[in-house]
Design a protein around this ligand. Structure first.
Ligand SMILES: *[C@@H]1O[C@H](CO)[C@@H](O)[C@H](O)[C@H]1NC(C)=O
Ligand SMILES: *[C@@H]1O[C@H](CO)[C@@H](O)[C@H](O)[C@H]1NC(C)=O
Length: 418
């Protein structure tokens, strides 16, 4: 293994030389001497954003922008497959939607074993969504992230505006309306379910299949200690009610500037930070020490506090519009917010959950599955029993390819043959 890696990157036909030092090690102890430790190596993923990762891996990249009716400017990445020899696959758009405080880079973090690259290599037309408030979608026609009003949105706006706008873009650019495969992780499943249950006909005309990895709709069986926060989400949200607090608590950069240096400061702190994650996501992760610099380069990304508060309502077993409390009457004309009725969903849903995921548990996945209508259940539900596979392993787990992604490939391949 090399001590000093020099990579040549072809960016817009300009050759750039970057000489870089090791940033990844196979064990915690190796990190003590990372710079000149022959066991360690350089991985550009730990230094790169989503666009750089795609380009440095040598894939084509398109960057698309959509503007929502309320002025948010969203970025959607595409890894096109114009030259794929298999016309049927080339024509199948797969739309990947990340979760809470995440980014689309999460689907690009595992080198060639990343979900986005596996799909691209198999010949699919890969699209990566970025909903409002996250790192790559911080634009707005009138507002900036420094405005409190920018962050005044919940999952309702994401599920009812951002998701349909992004899917509309994919449908228009590809001409494949009705043929789009939607794959979401965690909150990326929630906003898909919001869209699919509120606009069942439109969703049916647009999306061929929802693949939900660690679905989040009803979360009352959450094991993660995060559940203890749910009843206080309201008070917490009010406490943070100032421009600066809202931005610092919401935007990706200030958040990560606090957490990344801390968690990467020493092997001891790396371990502590991982222990914290395991407490939230499940007792044990497959993510090894070699993924940690990549993880903390990408997470946490931005999210509005109101989205987090809305998610807290799901932990109280409510899958419904944002709860405005005494203002519900004014906003909705009812005392309680309208519910998202998943029994209305017409798009087939395929669910994958892990028994050792403490955030989106087996019990809650089954609750969701039971509520789906029969016509949405044709592809069933898949359990991952690995003892050390938790919520984040759907993105970063060592064996995620064989445990999750190969199943996805097999399913959509079958779909294409019908
Ligand atoms: C990624 O980083 C590069 C280099 O800093 C920058 O030019 C590019 O705009 C970034 N991409 C996105 C989508 O932010
Ligand atoms: C942006 O500002 C203009 C002028 O104040 C206003 O007419 C428009 O409705 C605003 N757009 C959005 C999406 O808020």
């Amino acid at each position: 293994m090399k001590r000093l890696g020099c990579v040549i990157i072809l960016v817009h036909f300009v050759l750039e030389f970057e000489c870089v030092s090791n940033n990844i090690c196979p064990t915690y102890d190796d990190y003590y001497t990372v710079k000149d430790n022959p066991n360690c190596w350089y991985d550009f993923t730990a230094d790169s954003n989503a666009t750089e990762i795609v380009i440095k891996h040598g894939y084509p990249l398109e960057i698309h922008r959509v503007v929502t009716p309320d002025g948010y400017i969203l970025t959607v990445f595409r890894i096109p497959n114009y030259n794929s020899p298999n016309a049927a696959l080339r024509k199948t758009p797969v739309f990947l939607q990340h979760g809470l405080a995440s980014t689309s880079a999460n689907f690009l973090g595992k080198g060639k074993d990343s979900l986005a690259f596996i799909l691209a290599d198999a010949g699919y037309d890969v699209w990566l969504g970025n909903f409002r408030g996250t790192e790559y979608s911080e634009g707005h026609v009138n507002l900036t992230v420094a405005d409190k009003r920018y962050w005044d949105h919940s999952m309702d706006e994401i599920g009812l505006l951002d998701i349909p706008m992004q899917l509309e873009l994919v449908a228009e650019k590809t001409g494949q309306r009705g043929n789009i495969i939607y794959i979401g992780h965690s909150l990326g499943t929630t906003v898909g379910l919001i869209y699919g249950s509120w606009y069942p006909h439109q969703a049916k005309e647009t999306v061929k299949l929802f693949i939900l990895l660690a679905p989040a709709a009803y979360l009352s069986n959450m094991l993660s200690p995060a559940r203890f926060m749910a009843p206080f989400a309201d008070q917490l949200y009010r406490m943070m009610d100032s421009n600066d607090m809202i931005r610092i608590g919401s935007q990706a950069e200030p958040l990560r500037n606090m957490i990344q240096p801390f968690c990467l400061e020493s092997p001891v702190l790396m371990r502590r930070c991982l222990d914290m994650l395991n407490m939230l996501y499940g007792p044990k992760t497959q993510m090894g020490p070699d993924m940690i610099p990549i993880y903390f380069k990408q997470l946490p990304a931005g999210t509005s506090l109101k989205v987090t508060r809305h998610a807290g309502d799901m932990v109280l077993n409510n899958f419904r519009k944002y709860d405005h409390g005494i203002n519900n009457m004014k906003v909705y004309g009812t005392y309680l917010p309208p519910i998202y009725d998943v029994s209305k969903i017409e798009v087939p849903v395929f669910i994958m959950y892990a028994v050792n995921d403490w955030t989106c548990t087996k019990r809650d996945s089954l609750v969701l599955y039971r509520k789906l209508p029969k016509k949405a259940k044709v592809y069933g539900i898949h359990e991952i029993t690995e003892p050390n596979f938790n919520h984040i392993d759907f993105l970063f787990g060592k064996n995620v390819k064989s445990l999750v992604y190969d199943n996805i490939l097999a399913l959509i391949e079958k779909l294409n043959q019908n």
